[in-house]
Design a protein around this ligand. Structure first.
Ligand code: IPM
Ligand code: MG
Length: 354
């Protein structure tokens, strides 16, 4: 039996999660691996119910699980208030730190049937297939920070230890070995000391992976290359904030933010989530794209449970939904289906493979 902590979170989280769980149920039915779901509150939903975005009950739930499925976090009622004492996002950051989820893995791949949905030119993006390894528990997100009492100045500190850099670098190099054996470190080593440390350490580690070709790009240049030459990339390794920014940028390549799954890898337990966020405008309307959440559950089967075959069945079924036009309105504004209809179509497809 596998224990899965299910954190639906805010906005469209609960709706897309429902579709993913339906598909996991089928897999649980058809294999001898049973999934046990333990639901927990996180984000604005948890603030409303328990006064904290990552309450103790959820902490315990996550600690005791074999993997975590996460929907989305964020509510507009907190966004425009810079003085808000508690924010849903704090729950996400605390969760990353508490569970030691130090590597955020974000695959960026184009689907042929979605090429037209991207604002970028077809011949630039067609065939893109890279993955970003974003450091997730260090850097400016977690350094010392403060606003002065008179609110006339503020600072955020970016700091990294060699240990923090080494552990994710090894993961990224290992991944490169399984792929096209190319790794690009994205940094700002012409300005920042933390970036110089990243470069030094990656250069050192690269000696242990001589079959992997390493290149180095400054983040501003990388931001440009990612949308002008996305096919040149294989594995991108980068620190926390640069990774945050370039992965949103990279999502444009795939045509819809609603397609991208991600994994946050920790020492003990890993977390799987779509990168699209809570999309509050769509919450409760049965219009959100469930594919990124479904693909996140596929990533979980592969990375946490070693169920590669079942994971591939889900991915294939999602691709077939795309090819057959069973998509939500973010992908096709003329002919589209609801969250549930798309989920059901993929569910039936998955079922047919067993
Ligand atoms: C992400 C998000 C988060 C981040 C926010 C919600 C704190 O943008 O997962 O990329 O900045 O890490
Ligand atoms: Mg982000």
């Amino acid at each position: 039996m596998k224990k899965i902590a299910v954190l639906e979170g805010d906005g469209i989280g609960p709706e897309v999660m429902q579709e993913a769980l339906k598909i996991l149920d089928i897999i649980s039915d058809k294999t001898n691996i049973k999934f046990h779901y333990d639901k927990g509150l996180v984000g604005a939903a948890a603030i409303d119910a328990e006064g904290h975005p990552f309450p103790d009950s959820t902490k315990k739930n996550c600690k005791n699980s074999d993997a975590i499925l996460f929907g989305a976090i964020g509510d507009p009622k907190y966004d425009n208030n810079p003085k808000a004492k508690i924010r849903p996002e704090d729950g996400l950051l605390e969760m990353r730190k508490f569970l030691g989820l130090y590597a955020n893995v974000r695959p960026v791949k184009t689907y042929e049937s979605l090429i037209e949905a991207s604002p970028l030119k077809k011949d630039i993006i067609s065939g893109t297939d890279f993955v970003v390894y974003r450091e997730l528990t260090g850097g400016i997100y977690f350094g010392n920070k403060a606003i002065s009492n008179d609110r006339k100045s503020a600072f955020d500190t970016c700091s990294y230890t060699s240990k923090e850099i080494e552990r994710i670098s090894h993961l990224a190099f290992k991944e490169a070995r399984k792929r096209k054996k190319q790794l690009t470190l994205v940094d700002k080593a012409n300005v920042l000391d933390t970036s110089r440390l990243w470069r030094e350490i990656v250069q050192e580690i690269s000696k242990k992976y001589i079959d992997v070709k390493v290149s180095y790009l400054f983040v501003d240049n990388a931001a440009m290359k990612i949308i002008t030459n996305p096919k040149d990339f294989d594995v991108i390794l980068t620190e926390n904030m640069f990774g945050d920014i370039i992965t949103d940028e990279a999502s444009v390549i795939t045509g819809s933010l609603g397609m991208l799954p991600s994994a946050s890898v920790g020492d003990k337990v890993s977390l799987f989530e779509p990168i699209h966020g809570s999309y509050p405008e769509a919450a409760g309307k049965n219009i959100a794209n469930p594919m990124a959440m479904i693909l996140s559950s596929a990533l979980m089967l592969d990375l946490s449970f070693n169920m590669k075959k079942e994971s591939e069945i889900i991915i294939k079924s999602v691709e077939e939904a795309l090819n057959n036009g069973f998509v939500t309105q973010d992908i096709n504004q003329k002919t589209y289906y609801s969250t549930k209809e798309v989920g059901n179509w993929i569910y039936e497809r998955v079922r047919g493979y067993f």
